[in-house]
Design a protein around this ligand. Sequence first.
Ligand code: SAM
Length: 293
Amino acid sequence: MNLCDLREIKQIMQMFSLNFKKEFGQNFLTDNMVVEDIADMCCDFTAKTVLEIGPGIGSLTQELAKRYENVVAFEIDKGLIPVLKYTLGSYPNVKVINEDIMEADLKTVLAPYFEKGGVSVCANLPYYITTPILMKLLESGLPFDYITVMVQKEVADRLCAKTGGKDCGAITSVLAYYGSAEMLFRVNADRFVPPPKVDSAVMRIKLYREGERPYHPKSVDMLFRTIKAAFEQRRKTLPNSLSASFSELDKATLTGIVTSLGHSENIRGEKLTIEEFVALSDRLFEEINKKDA
Ligand code: SAM
């Protein structure tokens, strides 16, 4: 069964009386080479288990199942479950779970797999929910080796940008705290059915292991609060953006903190690198706790 063949995909959908559901971001890959490349490059083969989000009709799942000991795949659309039974029936190492990934208790589901060895994530993500899924994976605290995802090209550019550069957003700095992201390759919109409006790209995040993280903020919550504040008011200067979010500190104190770290008081938050965000959040943390003491 060639699950990337356009005619086969349409036949399968017809056989199970299904339509592509826009609300679930159903754009299925139609290029075998792309699917094989994603499965090959999603981790350095250290993984024993791969977590897939949104298997669709199972094209990527099949390639993952050929390469890794176990594949755990979460699919929200219950209409696709009988399809996946049909297309993946000959792969006993695949476990399909019919659940919204945002509702899933990943810690419990994946515990037995982490006991067996490394776990990585690989997915052609539904684009309507890319950032929430990435944040759930990163914030889960689960020691994934790699997270490899296909996302909209512009989103991949942003996620892989250097912090402090013109393409970065709050998510770039948050991601930089958890791991290092690299762009793997671009995929044109005509490689999908139905074709999405924009091109896509595959990117890979190598997560830092506990103890190997290069950044050590006094408070991780304060670091993320600082990043969020800096980007929420992108056009404002950094002291002004901070002042809109840190009501417990007055503007003069915030300006003093920014300049004491060697920045101009006119700098904008988006110019800060992850290292500079860590230093700034530490100073804010100290100042707030001094006030509370
Ligand atoms: N992996 C397939 C491929 O590459 O052809 C399908 C990818 S398609 C872009 C996204 C898939 O994610 C769809 O199968 C969709 O039903 C599923 N999906 C959407 N939202 C989801 C959610 N919240 N949890 C789990 N799966 C979801």
